[in-house]
Write a protein that binds this ligand. Structure first.
Ligand code: CO
Length: 153
């Protein structure tokens, strides 16, 4: 596995609408493992493929319970609203309050090609919504309130 460069604020790949993964090749599995290692070494709880410069619909999440490898994830149900603080590996040191759904149901394909789902609330639900936004080029700073000082456009 290798640690990849994290694309930062202003990199155009962060604004791309990512393409679906058509086939889970060896190359995709290596990318997923490299994304996970990059996330762990930077102490993140989620990372999306465009954050390492690859505009495909793949996300890794681990909020401390288990690692999820999410391919072509889609939010199919959401419920409630909750505001909490978020950060992002592409915006180091920047935090802001973001309103998210309280609960979500996400369907995805796992690395073995099986269609699965997650029902989540709390940090996992927030992280899922944040990472899935990355796949459509949506960044938390565009919707966050009370961004921390040090952030400049
Ligand atoms: Co992010």
């Amino acid at each position: 596995m290798s640690i990849l460069e994290i694309r930062k604020m202003g990199d155009p790949v962060l604004k791309e609408v990512c393409k679906p993964v058509e086939k889970i090749t060896k190359k995709i599995k290596i990318l997923l493992d490299d994304m996970a290692e990059t996330m762990y070494v930077n102490e993140g709880v989620g990372i999306a493929a465009p954050q390492v410069g690859v505009a495909i619909r793949a996300v890794i999440i681990d909020v401390g319970e288990k690692r999820y490898d999410l391919i072509n994830p889609v939010i199919v149900e959401s419920e409630g609203k909750v505001i909490d603080s978020e950060g992002c590996l592409s915006f180091p040191g920047v935090y802001g309050d973001v309103e998210r759904a309280e609960k979500v149901r996400v369907e995805y394909t796992n690395r073995f090609g099986k269609r699965k789902f997650i029902e989540a609330d709390g940090l996992l639900a927030r992280c899922l919504q944040h990472e899935l936004d990355h796949l459509d080029g949506r960044l938390f700073i565009e919707v966050a309130q009370n961004l921390t000082e040090g952030f400049r456009k």
